[in-house]
Design a protein around this ligand. Structure first.
Ligand code: CAA
Length: 260
């Protein structure tokens, strides 16, 4: 598929999906979401891809959220469709078999922050700013923000952010637990690349099973989650990659994992 609203590149096991509407601060239109879903599917099916990086074009924004201009004269049905559209993108990321890193290069607001929260990691430039700003236009987060932000940082601070709609600095977001890491602007791209390459070198099946167990386990009872973990542990233990890891350990060398 030819892409117009995203840039999709692959190298050294890392697929990079860049939201490409810098003139609108990479706001998500239907076309952006459609193309992003297609690229995520490609990354899922391509065995050479081990890690996905999601970022925004330009210096200013990761994404300023859903396209506000399409909300003029909206109605309940259209808004429900918009919510479903964002949800489908967030779920495609959350249920993706490979780790997905949000590389937050600028504003991550509204739906932009929500999409990043569906990712497994959020690495931000120190110039980034984040917020659930929907309340400022008389709206609420509709792409999982009321749920994922609360799960990520707890009710107290999630309510503060969602009710006030304030935009906070990257360092503050890191302290709240929204971000994994904040990097000086000049080091940002290299730091994201290194983080992605390190993950690309890990055992793919173990990563896939750990991701699924952690995401699903957070929604069910501990007893049921532990039963799932036991089964997952069994499956991962049957991989060639485990034997490679054990051999590499005893032979004091770096393992080469194949995803088998
Ligand atoms: N949708 C559509 N266009 C957007 C946009 C958005 N979410 N955010 C910014 N833009 C556009 C602006 O309209 C502007 O375009 P024009 O030049 O054609 O007017 C361009 O991007 C640059 O933006 P600004 O001129 O506003 O840039 P700024 O530096 O003055 O301000 C900003 C930056 C603080 C991020 C400001 O643009 C802003 O507040 N944007 C809206 C952020 C927001 O509220 N997002 C939530 C959207 S609702 C949502 O996401 C619902 C949900 O849960 C799914």
């Amino acid at each position: 598929m030819e892409y117009t609203f995203i840039i999709y590149e692959k190298s050294e096991g890392v697929a990079t999906l860049t939201l490409n509407r810098p003139e609108a601060l990479n706001a998500f239109s239907k076309d952006v979401v459609k193309e992003a879903l297609d690229a995520l599917e490609d990354a899922k099916m391509d065995d050479s891809v081990r890690v996905v990086v999601l970022t925004g074009a330009g210096e200013k924004a990761f994404s300023a959220g859903a396209d506000i201009k399409t909300m003029k004269g909206t109605n309940a049905l259209k808004a429900r469709e918009l919510s479903l559209m964002g949800e489908s993108l967030c779920l495609a990321i959350e249920n993706h078999p490979k780790p997905v890193i949000a590389a937050i290069n600028g504003y991550a607001l509204g739906g932009g922050l929500e999409v990043s929260m569906a990712c497994d990691f959020r690495i931000a430039s120190e110039t980034a700013r984040v917020g659930q700003t929907e309340i400022n236009i008389g709206l609420i987060p509709g792409w999982g923000g009321t749920q994922r932000l609360t799960r990520l940082i707890g009710m107290t601070k999630a309510k503060e952010l969602i009710f006030t709609g304030k935009i906070i600095e990257a360092k503050t977001a890191e302290q709240l637990g929204i971000l994994n890491m904040v990097v000086p602007a000049g080091d940002f791209k290299a730091a994201v690349r290194q983080f992605a390459l390190d993950l690309a070198g890990k055992a793919p099946v173990a990563l896939r099973v750990a991701k699924a167990l952690m995401n699903k386990g957070a929604e069910i009872s501990l007893d049921a989650a532990l039963a799932l973990e036991r089964e997952g542990f069994g499956i991962v233990s049957s991989t060639e990659d485990l034997q490679e890891g054990v051999n590499a350990f005893t032979e004091k060398r770096k393992p080469t994992f194949k995803g088998q």
